[in-house]
Design a protein around this ligand. Structure first.
Ligand code: SF4
Length: 491
């Protein structure tokens, strides 16, 4: 028998998690300071942001001198009911809806996370991914910290609670300088709410106001509209906004980025709601412009332009207007099955597509179709939809994709699959055309995509298309470093 005194206390960390409890997510944030119905309004705000995450939802409010929380697994409509909202009633609240990958959808990981530490209580809600979270976490675990979640977000609180950080003039400001990656944050303390956007501005975050003077923060302006708040401005990259009864205070952090930014262009292409204003411009209009540009770059003779619902609709409108080919419908959609891309399992995605799309056979039979899709990730669901159009008797199918080929993984908060699963990774457009079974296939060019958005090219992240990451990401270590490191004891 081995001498137990010679056993290391902790033997090894592994980067091969048993059940892949991912900490990758793409989420929606909403917060409000100074309204008697803050919790009810936050609940409404989360409804408006449900497209950003469907796996869990939560709200934390201020009640007197402490924070109260209700959160759970499921859609906003499933997590909250009247009694749960009444229990956390308050004048200040922050809310979160979350998406993650298989295995990580646990009660522990539902946000906002709520902690108590020497500095008091704090709740945190996060949209994005910290690429140095695994390293920071391991450093803390090495000195005995116990983590309660498998979320990258928790490491921010461990940084904040560190005694040497608590002695700083502004501990949170100090902590933010330790973070690398994408983070739009909402933090709630018993006396203040803090909204933060990382120095490169990967994820959107906007400031609004209500008629009574209440301050509102949201991932997208759609949520401001939902509660009748007025859009005030975007929270700037590298800005920390503190809100309390005294008013709104803004300060900068993160230093000079040299004019660079990393606004995620995929927010414009797919993720944000078309009604939202993201990175200073309306998403629907951007997608229309991308469709129009695609029509110029890749014209084709056809009878009708049809979108692949739902995100392809704006681009298809733009394509139809520019080309002069009538816009039509090939599919009907059910609104009750969720978005296939953000369903966590392949089985879930396949089933969702089948449930939610039906071909209108009479509109398709004998027609030469231009089918417009916002993006193609794995290609399997697109192929299924094309197959359905063929089955319904389409004479020709010409696929136009309103974004460039996705060839690289995202490390900043959108859960693209393993690069091997990306249809455009290592394949030519002709190979993809054959795989999808279309008569012709064209993607929007990289230049064309950037010509359709307002800011200068150096202000955007386009890494999943170009491979040019806006910060160092050490693949493949970082890919798995964002998974929970697992502690194993020798026996
Ligand atoms: S890699 Fe793609 S999806 Fe990820 S942040 Fe950059 S543009 Fe967005």
């Amino acid at each position: 028998m081995a001498d137990p005194t010679k056993k290391p206390l902790r033997e090894t960390y592994t980067t091969q998690p048993v059940h892949r409890p991912s900490i990758r997510h793409h989420c929606g944030l909403f917060g409000i300071w100074g309204h008697d119905d803050a919790v009810a309004l936050t609940h409404l705000g989360l409804y408006a942001l449900q497209h950003r995450g469907q796996e869990s939802a939560g709200i934390v409010s201020i009640q007197g001198d402490h924070l109260a929380r209700h959160a759970g697994i499921g859609l906003v409509s499933q997590v909250f009911d009247e009694p749960s909202l009444a229990r956390i009633k308050g004048r200040v609240a922050i809310g979160h809806c979350r998406y993650s990958t298989t295995g990580s959808c646990t009660e522990n990981n539902t946000q906002p996370l709520l902690f108590s530490f020497a500095g008091g209580q704090v709740a945190i809600a996060h949209n994005g991914n910290l690429i140095n979270a695994a390293l920071l976490r391991r450093n803390y675990e090495d000195v005995g910290h116990i983590f309660q979640t498998t979320s990258d977000t928790e490491v921010i609180i461990h940084l904040l609670a560190k005694p040497t950080h608590q002695t700083k003039d502004n501990p949170l400001n100090h902590v933010l300088n330790h973070l690398q990656g994408a983070y739009s944050l909402l933090l709630l303390f018993p006396d203040r709410m803090v909204a933060v956007r990382d120095p490169l501005g990967f994820r959107p975050l906007v400031l609004g106001s209500l008629k009574n003077g209440a301050v509102v923060v949201a991932s997208e302006t759609k949520a401001l509209d939902m509660v009748d708040a007025t859009y005030v401005r975007d929270i700037e990259p590298g800005e920390m906004v503190t809100i309390n009864d005294e008013g709104v205070d803004s300060r900068r952090f993160g230093g000079d980025m040299g004019g660079r930014g990393a606004a995620c262009i995929f927010e414009q292409i797919y993720f944000s709601d078309p009604s939202s204003r993201v990175f200073g411009e309306n998403v629907h209009l951007v997608r229309m412009a991308m469709g129009a540009r695609l029509a110029k770059e890749a014209p084709v003779e056809a009878d009708v332009v049809v979108p692949i619902p739902n995100a392809g609709q704006c681009a298809a409108t733009g394509y139809a207007r520019e080309s002069g080919i009538p816009y039509g419908r090939a599919f009907t959609t059910s609104h009750y099955s969720g978005r296939s891309f953000i369903m966590p399992t392949k089985e879930g995605r396949d089933l969702t597509v089948k449930i939610k799309l039906s071909v209108i056979k009479e509109a398709v039979a004998g027609q030469r179709l231009v089918v417009v899709e916002d993006s193609v990730v794995r290609g399997t669901t697109t192929r299924g939809k094309i197959g359905a159009l063929r089955g319904a008797g389409a004479k020709e199918v010409h696929l136009r994709v309103a974004s460039p080929p996705i060839r690289h993984p995202c490390y900043f908060g959108i859960d693209f699959p393993d690069p091997k699963e990306l249809i455009a990774n290592g394949r030519s457009v002709e190979q993809i055309r054959k795989f999808l079974g279309v008569d012709s296939l064209h993607y929007l060019s990289h230049e064309g995509m950037l010509a359709c958005v307002k800011m200068a090219p150096e202000k955007y992240c386009t890494a999943c298309f170009s491979g040019n990451y806006p910060m160092n990401v050490d693949e493949p270590v970082e890919k798995f470093a964002l998974e929970r490191v697992q502690l194993r004891m020798f026996t």
